[in-house]
Design a protein around this ligand. Structure first.
Ligand SMILES: Cc1ncc(COP(=O)(O)O)c(C=O)c1O
Length: 395
């Protein structure tokens, strides 16, 4: 609270505050659970440069989804060998921009052909990872078509790699689920990926340099509905899988995380700029709702349509069981039930409905937690040309 008031004294709301000590705590959980792994931060979750610098200082590398994210990672001090570029559909220009700055992972046969072309032009052999869309899923359900990666069945075609004589396939990347909170399923997933890596090595006849297991580490958004992963159990399961495969694999093991590392470090702070009463309802109108922190607004929009599988397919725009602690920083001892609405000309710009909060007044601040990942980077900040939220990093 102290930092919020300090920042507010010098800067108008809305703003984001990111707390570096929480990042350190989250990183240390991953480092302890996965001592044999390199941890990568999915920059799309939060590309704020001071936060990336902090990640670099914690020894965390980058999962970069664009050429710009590769540059952000390098500028933050992450070494090129810890930066992995994996974009669902990079262009020839993107490729030219990232070449030599990081590891490159091909997401399609077309991307492999672009890399082959670039390597042939330069008369050199290029290393490339493969993002594979595996035949398995995290929860044992049948696999579905996907716009991501290369279908596993294509990889097993006998002449697959002969089409790319200037490429050496040196890495495997799989990412099929975010926000997994089932420890056993996650443990089984890592084991299955290792099996696939061995099969891939045998098929290619070369050793892989890295195996990137993608994201998946879930975090609790709603304590009433979710329980955290059991990291002790997960560590035991993963170390058992690694032991089982260690005779076959010498690759670096990589994990990507956006939300687990960064979500809890962020708070969004906005301000009540009007209070309206309409047909028995009280609205606190705040600065920059959807055009500041979009995820709570998306949640309200999607609630009527939610079904069991929405969380997986709509990630990271909408997260199953998404939930926010909302606090009105008011002196009042009374509470009231209100809707919190943004100031855009859209009836959908509602951040919370029927929440019980401290009775607020115009000028009071309102805070939302869970604002460190997919928050600033996901919001339609340009809509209506309102001033954008500022961002602050504190330790
Ligand atoms: C390829 C890839 N890896 C990792 C992540 C990070 O996922 P999470 O934020 O759930 O950790 C994402 C998120 O969209 C992703 O697309």
């Amino acid at each position: 609270m102290h930092s919020i008031e300090k920042i507010r004294a010098a800067h108008p709301a809305p703003f984001y505050i990111y707390d570096g000590s929480i990042l350190s705590e989250q990183a240390s959980i991953l480092h302890k659970t996965f001592p044999a792994f390199d941890i990568l931060f999915s920059i799309k979750a939060n590309p704020f440069p001071p936060l990336l610098k902090k990640m670099a200082s914690l020894g965390i590398g980058a999962d970069a989804a664009s050429a710009k994210e590769v540059d952000l990672a390098l500028a933050a001090g992450m070494p090129a060998e810890n930066i992995y570029y994996s974009c669902p559909a990079p262009t020839r220009e993107d490729m030219a921009q990232v070449m030599g700055k990081c590891h490159i992972i091909a997401d399609s046969l077309y991307v492999l052909s672009l890399l082959e072309e670039a390597a042939a032009e330069r008369n050199l052999k290029l290393a490339a990872g493969l993002r594979i869309h595996p035949d398995f899923t995290t929860d044992g359900t049948p696999q579905a078509p996907s716009k991501f990666g290369i279908d596993e069945s294509i990889i097993w075609e006998t002449n697959f790699i002969e089409k790319y004589p200037h490429l050496t396939i040196n890495g495997l990347h799989i990412h099929i689920r975010s926000q997994v909170l089932d420890t056993e399923k996650l443990g089984r997933y890592y084991d299955t990926v290792l099996d696939l890596a061995v099969k891939l090595q045998n098929h290619l006849g070369t050793k892989l340099d890295y195996i990137n297991f993608g994201g998946g580490i879930g975090k609790v958004y709603d304590k009433t509905k979710q329980s955290p992963l059991d990291f002790g159990k997960l560590q035991a399961a993963v170390s058992c899988s690694i032991d089982k495969h260690k005779g076959d694999l010498s690759a670096k093991l990589l994990l990507e995380s956006g939300r687990f590392l960064a979500c809890d470090c962020g708070t969004y702070v906005t301000e009540i700029i009007d209070i309206k009463h309409s047909h028995g309802k009280t609205f606190y109108i705040v600065k920059n709702g959807a055009n500041g922190f979009f995820k709570p607004v998306l949640r309200q929009m999607l609630l009527p349509f939610r079904h069991d599988h929405m969380g997986a397919s709509y990630e990271p725009f909408a997260t199953e069981n998404d939930s926010y602690d909302i606090n009105v920083l008011s002196e009042s001892t009374e509470t009231e039930v209100v809707d919190i609405a943004g100031h855009l000309c859209s009836g959908a710009d509602i951040m919370a409905k029927n929440v019980v909060v401290k009775k607020g007044h115009i000028g009071d601040l309102v805070t939302f937690n869970h604002a460190g990942s997919y928050a600033y980077s996901l919001a339609p900040l340009l809509f209506a040309s309102q001033p954008m939220p500022q961002q602050f990093f504190i330790e």
